[in-house]
Design a protein around this ligand. Structure first.
Ligand code: NAD
Length: 332
């Protein structure tokens, strides 16, 4: 099948090219992000392949359909960037990679917790400058702390299990609790109860139209003073303005983000010689108790291999008119 892959980077092309030797699709790697301008790059591609920050709104989908595209293969799990209603009306088939390495994301969340707590980001710079003072580097034992996991799917459960191993008390919120997780690792609470109980809160739910800005001023007000908040899920779950107010008032004691609500204008590109225009993002960077990574939680070799394999296999399934288990159902 002829497939155009938008937003591709060298590190993933390597995996796609190697694994495609088995699948033999005709791959065309494109560096630009898909949007209304770049959609013109693809004429008569039966399938296009996209990532988290590609734009798949009604206008782009309509253009794609008119240019002959029938299949959209998301090489990620979340599909909050797709106008599903428009895709259904245009008779487009959507496939995704529901799980490629939940360990990659869970382990990154743990790395963020440990870095923030033990102030590794500050210690690293100090020692390189010959500053061996420990002032300001005080951390706390994770052992015995209460951690709240919001969203106990694949990634949330692994994060909870690792933290359980640290000796943390794990509490969880999910509209669909997992009995196995409850039996061995966590106590499920209502959302508000979790906010009030947890010393560390980690977000692991998808972004939907119902939970946009789940963490807003009201939610922050219910949290413990000095709470640590970790978001490796989707930027839109957090109201950035509210979070900045929370940091300034010290209600939020620590913040780590791997995702940001306006990330599509920033992440995945080298902007080190540019003037960043996003004042909220720049304000976040000024806090000593905030660390931000640029949507890299998924970035392990195992995950990239799985992403390429599942995406190419999804396309083969559709090409051979087989049922594809990873097809997005419009009622989902
Ligand atoms: P999953 O589908 O296995 O689990 C999601 C869980 O969230 C489900 O149990 C669901 O019931 C629950 N949920 C839905 N709405 C909720 C809400 N409002 N409050 C609490 N829980 C809710 O998904 P997963 O594989 O664990 O991935 C979780 C999220 O992680 C993805 O949706 C994606 O946004 C994000 N993600 C980020 C990266 C990254 O690189 N940073 C990589 C992969 C996934």
């Amino acid at each position: 099948m002829k497939v155009a892959l938008f937003s591709t980077k060298q590190y993933e092309q390597k995996f796609f090219t190697a694994i495609n030797q088995t699948y033999e699709h005709e791959l065309c790697f494109l560096a630009p992000r898909l949007d209304l301008e770049t959609v013109n790059l693809v004429q008569n591609f039966q399938a296009i392949c996209v990532f988290v920050n590609d734009v798949l709104d009604r206008a782009v989908l309509t253009k794609l359909a008119s240019q002959g595209t029938k299949i959209i293969a998301l090489r990620c799990a979340g599909y909050d960037n797709v106008d599903l209603q428009a895709a259904q009306e245009l008779d487009l088939t959507l496939v995704r990679v529901p799980a490629y390495s939940p360990y990659a994301v869970a382990e990154h969340a743990i790395a963020l917790i440990l870095t923030l707590n033990r102030k590794i980001h500050r210690a690293y710079n100090r020692v390189r400058e010959g500053n061996f003072s420990l002032n300001g580097l005080l951390g706390f034992d994770l052992h015995g702390k209460t951690v709240g996991i919001i969203g106990t799917g694949k990634i949330g459960r692994i994060t909870g299990q690792i933290l359980h191993g640290f000796g943390c008390e794990v509490v969880a919120y999910d509209p669909y609790p997992n009995q196995e997780f409850a039996n061995h690792f966590a106590t499920y609470l209502e959302f508000e109860q979790l906010l009030a109980r947890a010393e560390i809160i980690s977000l692991h739910c998808p972004l939907t139209k119902d939970n946009y800005h789940l963490i807003d001023q009201k939610a922050i007000a219910q949290m413990k003073p000095g709470v640590m908040l970790i978001n490796t899920s989707r930027g839109g779950l957090i109201d950035t303005k509210a979070i900045i107010r929370g940091l300034k008032s010290k209600k939020i004691g620590y913040l780590a983000l791997d995702v940001y609500e306006q990330e599509k204008n920033l992440f995945f590109e080298d902007l080190s010689s540019e003037i960043i225009q996003d004042d909220l993002f720049e304000r976040l960077l000024t806090f000593p108790n905030v660390i931000i990574t640029g949507h890299q939680a998924f970035l392990t070799s195992e995950a990239l291999e799985n992403i390429a394999t599942t995406t190419l296999s999804n396309l083969t399934d559709l090409e051979q008119n087989k049922t594809c288990a990873n097809q997005i159902k419009f009622s989902e």
